[in-house]
Design a protein around this ligand. Sequence first.
Ligand SMILES: Nc1ncnc2c1ncn2[C@@H]1O[C@H](COP(=O)(O)OP(=O)(O)OP(=O)(O)O)[C@@H](O)[C@H]1O
Length: 230
Amino acid sequence: MSEGTLRVANLEVRGEGDRRLLAVPDLSITSGETVVIEGPSGAGKTTLLFAIAGLLDRAKGRVEWDGDEILARSARERAAFRRERLGLIFQEHHLFDEVGPLVNAGIAARYGSKANKRKAIVERARTLLQQFGIADDARSVASFSGGERQRIAAARALAHDPAVILADEPTASLDRANADRLISDLMGFARASGKTLIAVSHDRHLVEAADRRVRIVDGEIVSVPEGSVS
Ligand SMILES: Nc1ncnc2c1ncn2[C@@H]1O[C@H](COP(=O)(O)OP(=O)(O)OP(=O)(O)O)[C@@H](O)[C@H]1O
C-alpha cells in the first residue's frame, strides 16, 4: 500500500451532553489524492479533520492510516504518530515570532534525537522556504506579511516529510492574492511529491483545485452533485 492512504469506518464523535457531532460510516482517501472537506458552518468539518489526525480523545470507530488504526492508541502514541506521519496547517499559524523563518520551519529538528534526521529536516525546511518564495533571512518572522507567515507555517508542516498534509482553513486569514499563492504552492507541492492533502475550506479556489470534494452537512457526509461548487 502506498503511503498516505486513509480508511475511516464507523467514526462517531459526540460532544458535551452526548450530542452527536459527527457520524461517518465509511470514507476512503487514496495515497496522493487532494481532497477538500466543505460544507456549512458548524457542520462538523473541523471535527472530521481533527478526528482523522487523532486529536480527539472522544472519537470512536476506526481511523486507519496505511492500515494502522490510530483511535485505539493512547494520546501519547497518537502524538508520536502525528509528529512522524502528518503535517498540520491551521488558520492561525502560531509561529515563534522572535526567531527567523528557518528556525520556525525547521522546528521539528529541535525535537529529533538523531543528528542525520535533524540535518535532513533543516535542509528540507530551507528548500521549502525557497520554493514558497521566503527569503533566507535572519530577521524575526514577526516582520513578515500574513501571506509569508502562512507559507512559513506550511514549510514547517512539511519539513519532516510527512506522507499526509492536513490543513484547517489554510487560506481563511489571507487576501485573495496570498490565498491563491498558498493554494498553488501547496497543491503544486502535494502533486509533485505524491502527498495526500486533506483541507477543510470554504475557499472556492481551493475547492476547485482539489481532486475531490467531501461535503459535510449536520455531521454527515452527503453526496455532491457533479461539477457544482457551493
Ligand atoms: N467539545 C464540543 N462539545 C460540544 N459541541 C462541540 C464541541 N466541539 C465542537 N462542537 C460543535 O460541533 C459542531 C461542529 O463543529 P466544527 O468545528 O467541526 O464545525 P465546522 O464545520 O468546522 O464549522 P466552521 O465552518 O464554522 O468552522 C458545532 O456545532 C460546534 O459548536
